[in-house]
Every structure is written in C-alpha cells, then in structure tokens.
Design a protein around this ligand. Structure first.
Ligand code: F6R
Length: 360
C-alpha cells in the first residue's frame, strides 16, 4: 500500500502534486474566476469579520489564511481551538467562524464551532473528510480533497488546506470588501502552477545530505515573516513531532526578543523566505550568523542575496508568495522526514501521538 515508499509520510509528501490538482480542479475558471461550488459570488456579503479555529498543523494553515485575508482587508482572528472558549471574542450573526480540520473530528475544534453556533455565528468547515462531524455540525463545508492521510504527521493536507483557503479568501474578500485583489490573477496562476512546482521541488530536493549534518544538535530553530511565519511554525512542529529533537518556530522579528540567547554554533536556524519582507528576514539571518549558527535558507531559486548569505540553500521555484510558502514547507517536510529516518524514528506513528485527537 505504500507503493515502494518506506513510509506513508514520504508517500503522502509525494502525493502533494496530485492532491493540489484535486484541491484546485474546477475551482479556478478559465477566465480567472473562483468557482467554489456551493459558494457563489455574494454568498458572504453579510459577513463582517472572520474567526478561524484549528489545532496543530491545521492551526498553522489558519495562520497562513489570516495573513492572506489581512492582505485583502478582511478582519480576521485565529484561535488555537483549545483556547477559543477561554478567550471569548465578540461574535455576531455577521461573524463567519471557519473550522480548519483535516479529520473533522478534533474535539477542541468541534467544541469551538459548537460554541460559535450557540453564540449566533455562521460556521464553515474546511475539511478533508466528507461526512465528518465538522462537516455535519457546521452550516457549510468546503472539502480539500487531499485523499486519505495515513501518516500521523499531516503533510499533504496542510498544502491542500492552504490552496483551498486561498480560493476561499478570494471569494470572501470580494464579497466582504466589494473588491477583487489587485494581484488576484497572479495568485490564481500561481495556484494552477503549484502542483508542477511542488513536483519540481520533490524531483530536485537535495535534503538527504543536509539531514545527515543537522541530525544531532542542541536545538533547531525555524524563522519567517508574513506567510513564511506559519511555515516556520509548521517546519518546527513537524521536526519535533517525528525526529523527537528539540525544535521551535518563531516570527523572525521575535528572535532578538529572547530566543537569540539560545542561538549557538550547535543550533541550526532554518530561515524561510516566501518573497515577502525577505530583506528584513535577511537582517535576522545576519544576527544569527554572527552568533555562529549554521543557517539553512529556503527560498526562491532566484534569490541570489539569500543564497549568498546562508550556509545551505534549499531552492524553490520562483512564484507568488501565496504558493512560495507551500513550496518552502515541502522542503521542510523533506528535512524532517530524512532526519527522522536517519535517527530510525517511528515516522508514521510517532510516540504519544494519535492521528485524530478526540478528547479536549
Ligand atoms: C501534526 C498534526 C496535528 C493535527 C491536529 C489537528 O502533524 O497532524 O497537529 O494537525 O491534531 O488535526 P485536524 O486537522 O484533524 O483537526
């Protein structure tokens, strides 16, 4: 069933081009519009603000979506679902609460949408599983069509969530603000190219030798800004989850507010560049370089300034930032996978973890 791959996780990483193809298929029209089946233009006209609830990797996809929605002027808050009830945010009938959940069965996420419904909000599930509890409990659902994910570590579902949330962002933003984003064409073209671009990363990635050099260190830090910030968080989560080594992700700008104290020649820093605010992140890279930390940069193959500053460079095809974050994340998935493999970890079933967390 693993079709020649040593682990489901690696198989699922390699399924991303096909999964993304399905996520987008029929949803971008030839004339450059977004067609989200049950969500025709105008269906979100009465929405004033958006709240997104999610856990783990899905929470990182939610943070990615917040960045995208903010760029289009849509007021958006993101909550780790386990904290949604503890920090009650104002909700009205004009609030759309989106649950991002691969399985559709995560207890904290379900509790959050039930609470949101009780408080009068409109709810929408973005999920992989048709017939899941989230799909049934929410007023509406959009399916990410990633196909079954067996590995406990979420990989292809993150990419598909981001793709679908990007399409949803276009619909929401147009309905709420009355305007199409100036770069909408480029965003949709980048999405259409994304399956092929991911394939290119998979075909050309050279992380195996890098993994051998970075597998036995004091800690591993991941930094980024804009959409690269949730990618940094996701890179660190995947790394700790399957390698059992210490990893932390930070907003690049937070580094000098504390974490820099931990940076030494024995703590590699993975810096994510998505073509937004790259110069600022490069400044942060220089701060860690001067502390002797080895830096692995992930960014556009055309970013010669990034490639020249870092110790090792993992290139991705040059594209719109919306897609660049997904591509950078694929490189980081491969890093985590290969480090975990070298360490002989139980990659598909990491200790203490379950695929679906059904208790709060
Ligand atoms: C990490 C991982 C988890 C899930 C989280 C939410 O690799 O898989 O962090 O993302 O448990 O699960 P869903 O998306 O099913 O709600």
């Amino acid at each position: 069933e693993r079709h020649g791959f040593d682990h489901y996780m690696l198989k699922e990483i390699h399924e991303q081009p096909a999964a993304l193809e399905r996520a987008i298929r029929g949803r971008v029209t030839p004339d450059g519009d977004v067609d989200l089946e049950a969500f025709p233009p105008g269906c979100f006209s009465d929405v004033d603000d958006v709240q997104i609830v999610a856990c783990g990797t899905s929470y990182h996809a939610a943070l990615y979506a917040r960045q995208l929605l903010a760029e289009r002027g849509v007021p958006t808050q993101v909550f780790s679902a386990g904290e949604y009830a503890t920090t009650p945010a104002p909700v009205s009938e004009h609030t759309l609460v989106i649950a991002v959940t691969q399985s559709g069965e995560t207890a904290d996420t379900l509790a959050s949408i039930r609470l949101a419904s009780e408080r009068g909000a409109r709810t929408l599930a973005v999920t992989n599983v048709v017939g899941s509890t989230a799909a049934r409990v929410c007023d509406d659902a959009v399916f990410i069509r990633a196909g079954p994910e067996i590995g406990v570590a979420a990989t292809k579902t993150f990419s598909s969530q981001v793709a679908v949330l990007t399409l949803l962002r276009e619909r929401l933003a147009e309905d709420i603000t009355g305007q199409r984003g100036a770069d909408r064409e480029r965003v949709l073209r980048a999405l259409e190219r994304l399956p092929g671009d991911v394939q290119q990363v998979l075909d050309q990635s050279s992380v195996e030798s890098l993994a051998a050099r970075y597998r036995d260190r004091d800690g591993h830090f991941f930094i980024g800004r804009g959409v690269a910030f949730p990618v940094a968080l996701e890179g660190a989560l995947k790394f700790k989850e399957i390698t059992y080594e210490h990893a932390e992700g930070f907003a690049a700008g937070e580094l000098k507010h504390g974490p820099l104290a931990l940076v030494t020649p024995d703590t590699p820093v993975f810096a994510v560049f998505a073509g937004q605010y790259d110069d600022k992140t490069l400044n942060n890279v220089e701060e860690v370089v001067s502390r002797g930390a080895p830096v692995v940069g992930v960014g556009s193959e055309e970013s010669t300034d990034v490639a020249a500053t870092v110790d090792e460079f993992l290139p991705i095809p040059d594209t719109h930032p919306v897609a660049a974050g997904v591509l950078a994340n694929v490189q980081l998935q491969l890093v985590s996978y290969h480090v975990a493999d070298l360490l002989g970890r139980s990659i598909d079933k990491p200790r203490n973890l379950a695929k679906s967390v059904t208790v709060e």
